[in-house]
Design a protein around this ligand. Structure first.
Ligand SMILES: NC(=O)c1ccc[n+]([C@@H]2O[C@H](COP(=O)([O-])OP(=O)(O)OC[C@H]3O[C@@H](n4cnc5c(N)ncnc54)[C@H](OP(=O)(O)O)[C@@H]3O)[C@@H](O)[C@H]2O)c1
Length: 358
């Protein structure tokens, strides 16, 4: 099956890296498909077009423009990385896919990107260990009202089902590594931690140590690729999808204090912090001030753990190539990326401020 695949947030860290991976893939089904990047600004559209990428310049909040574009370009697969929080963007894309499905008579697929904070006890997710092939959707629905990310996942899954669109939810954990896209190549958590540490001349941690889950950007994009290849091979409706379609991109766990200790050592070796000893934040307010993350989200952002066991991704054949040891050996890369690329510009932080206001 050849397809028209649209990747939203294509100027972003995750979306840009997916595009780069897909365009360099040797997979025959991906090579036969037309891959299009959705970006927001003139500058982004110009840069990506100049690199030979098919580009659609779209503000995803504009329902009419989104629906018209998806129909005009016969888009039947959307990978949505532009917002995990704001459901409006995803609903507009689903409306476009539904129209396209009606017009073409061919099946449409929607891959949403969520975040691990939706599955953390700190945000109201129940304690205890759960497999991603277990009742994840039902639990998200039960606790949807207490955290906007869960509500968005549920709304998307239910709307897609009602429209006859097959949906999947990819849940990245803490993503690290330099992105491969044309625009933003920086992730969020480690770049912000590095920037805050440079500013404070020390690396700081929260008083309680937790295990956090991590994944290298190349392993994350591999997971999106596996799902898309299954769709293109005609198995999109037989692999777990819809209310059973959560795919957690968790490659390994790591203790947050040990990780920050490693980061402090790498930064001290570069003369960026005064000591390889980590400090403890004096308050959430101080952590928010130093990191630029809203106070209500700062601990969720930098110290949340989730007890999810990956099943669905491994059943698809996902084999992450980065583990904790490899990450620690290369932790200096996180510092180098910030020194090379400057301040992280993630629209995720903007959306957190918006969510904090509401
Ligand atoms: N990076 C991580 O560690 C991580 C972990 C878990 C989950 N996630 C989730 O993964 C998704 C992607 O993350 P990321 O790190 O790639 O973020 P990012 O670098 O900020 O990329 C998001 C992109 O979406 C675009 N966008 C936002 N609103 C839009 C709109 N209304 N219309 C068109 N484009 C819009 C942004 O455009 P502009 O460039 O114009 O702002 C940006 O290029 C996010 O939803 C995030 O919550 C990320």
């Amino acid at each position: 099956m050849s397809s028209n695949i649209l990747i939203t947030g294509a100027a972003g860290y995750v979306g840009g890296s997916i595009i780069a991976d897909f365009l360099s893939s040797s997979s025959p089904v991906l090579k036969r498909s037309r891959i299009t990047a959705a970006v927001r600004s003139d500058e982004q559209a110009k840069l990506l077009s100049e690199s030979g990428i098919n580009v659609l310049q779209l503000d995803l909040t504009d329902e009419k423009a989104v629906v018209e574009s998806l129909v005009k370009h016969n888009i039947n697969i959307v990978i949505h990385t532009a917002s995990s929080l704001d459901p409006t963007l995803a609903l507009n894309l689903l409306a476009g896919l539904a129209e396209q499905q009606k017009a073409s008579g061919s099946k449409a697929y929607f891959i949403h990107t969520s975040g691990l904070s939706a599955f953390c006890p700190k945000t109201g997710w129940p304690q205890g260990v759960m497999k991603d092939s277990g009742p994840i959707f039902e639990t998200e629905k039960q606790f949807a009202d207490s955290f906007s990310l869960r509500k968005t996942d549920v709304t998307i899954t239910e709307t897609a089902k009602a429209l006859g669109i097959t949906s999947f939810i990819v849940v990245p954990s803490t993503v690290y590594g330099k992105g491969k896209g044309q625009w933003n190549q920086l992730s969020v958590i480690f770049p912000i931690a590095v920037q805050a540490s440079i500013k404070q001349k020390s690396v700081s941690k929260f008083p309680e140590d937790r295990n956090i889950a991590g994944v290298h950007i190349s392993d994350l994009t591999e997971l999106y690729g596996l799902i898309v290849k299954k769709i293109l091979q005609g198995s999109g409706d037989t692999i777990p999808n819809g209310t059973h379609g959560h795919y957690f991109a968790i490659a390994h766990e790591m203790a947050w204090w040990e990780t920050l200790g490693r980061l402090a050592a790498a930064m001290e070796a570069r003369g960026l912090v005064a000591s390889s000893e980590t400090q403890v934040w004096t308050s959430d307010e101080a952590a928010a001030e130093a990191t630029g993350v809203p106070e209500v989200f700062v601990e969720i952002f930098f110290n949340s753990s989730a007890n999810i066991i990956v099943d669905n991704a491994f059943k698809l054949g996902w084999k992450p190539t980065w583990d904790k040891a490899r990450f620690f050996e290369n932790i200096d890369d996180e510092v180098v990326s910030v020194l090379e690329l400057g301040k992280a510009k993630s629209s995720l932080i903007d959306s957190l401020f918006l969510a904090a206001k509401n």
